[in-house]
Design a protein around this ligand. Structure first.
Ligand code: GUN
Length: 291
């Protein structure tokens, strides 16, 4: 069997084009959705991500000021910047790109973002809303994965979803979203013994660990749906410099029924859902019934 490839670029484009009408409704009311993107320091991968996020916002008619602070910015100065954006009526969403430099407490920073402007869905209030089954802003990467499944008419109800990686950004919210759709969930982490025995049970396998090609074809159940959240820059071997996912695509594609590529799979969906959350924040502020 060779898996069908889930094209996140195409689906992302389609979903973003469907958002245009909503941007126009807001424009007619004099509202331009605004997402403030804060980057602290010069992490090369983060710079690429924030540039892509800003570009996607502008393509859709949103404004997305980038606030690039130096790597030596103090926690207090970053918190002051967030406080300003919380009070700025032109800003509907605030995103602080992670990871932050080690001298800044991420938890404190994420808690400083006004919950109704939390485009990433990382504030404890939004985490709680998601966990209790009434999400306001679901974290963008797992929300994007749910859109990919829905676009393929994959109903998680009754399926066994195995998630490799228990991060706050992907693994945990992914589990919540799939659980709410009726899946049986297993979350694995770096201490899980015999990972393959777990992943081979998965009807839906989501891998988000940040280790290139860690999940190989022999760890995939025949016919499974494989969602690869990893984006790793290879540093050695014949493909040095190229991007690779957490899944070994070449071996997994012969076992799975559907698989996401890297790049061009989950990545573009993450950005799309960030636009969705920002748009929803602007609609809620404008008193429109968000979809
Ligand atoms: N770093 C890696 N993924 C993300 C994300 O989804 N949001 C933010 N803010 N930082 C990230």
């Amino acid at each position: 069997m060779t898996a069908r490839i889930l094209d996140g670029n195409a689906l992302g484009r389609e979903l973003r084009s469907r958002m245009r009408g909503r941007v126009e409704v807001l424009a007619a009311r004099g509202v331009t959705p605004g997402l403030a993107v804060i980057l602290v320091g010069e992490n090369p991968a983060s710079k690429v991500y924030v540039r892509n996020k800003g570009r996607a916002c502008e393509e859709l008619g949103m404004h997305a000021p980038l606030i690039n602070l130096t790597g030596s910015t103090s926690e207090a100065d970053l918190l002051a910047e967030i406080a300003k954006l919380n009070d700025d009526p032109a800003i509907h969403g605030i995103l602080v790109q992670l990871p932050l430099p080690a001298h800044i407490a991420s938890k404190k920073v994420l808690e400083a973002i006004a919950p109704h402007k939390d485009a990433d869905g990382f504030h404890p209030i939004n985490v709680g809303l998601l966990a209790s089954g009434t999400p306001r802003f679901a974290p963008c990467t797992p929300a994007g994965v749910m859109e990919m499944l829905a676009a393929e008419n994959i109903n998680p109800r009754g399926k066994h979803a195995v998630i490799v990686g228990a991060s706050n950004i992907v693994g945990k919210p992914m589990a919540m979203l799939l659980l709410q759709k009726g899946a049986t969930i297993t979350i694995c982490n770096s201490k899980t013994p015999d990972l393959g025995a777990m992943t081979r049970q998965a009807d839906i396998l989501v891998v988000a660990v940040g280790r290139p090609k860690m999940v190989t074809g022999d760890m995939v159940k025949p016919g499974a749906v494989v969602i690869d959240v990893g984006i790793n820059r290879l540093v050695e071997g014949p493909n040095a410099g190229k991007l690779a996912g957490d899944v070994d695509f070449d071996t997994a594609k012969d076992v799975a029924s559907l698989i996401t590529p890297v790049p061009g799979g989950v990545g573009p969906m993450t950005i799309t859902m960030l636009l969705e959350n920002t748009l929803r924040a602007a609609e809620l502020t404008a008193g429109l019934n968000a979809v």
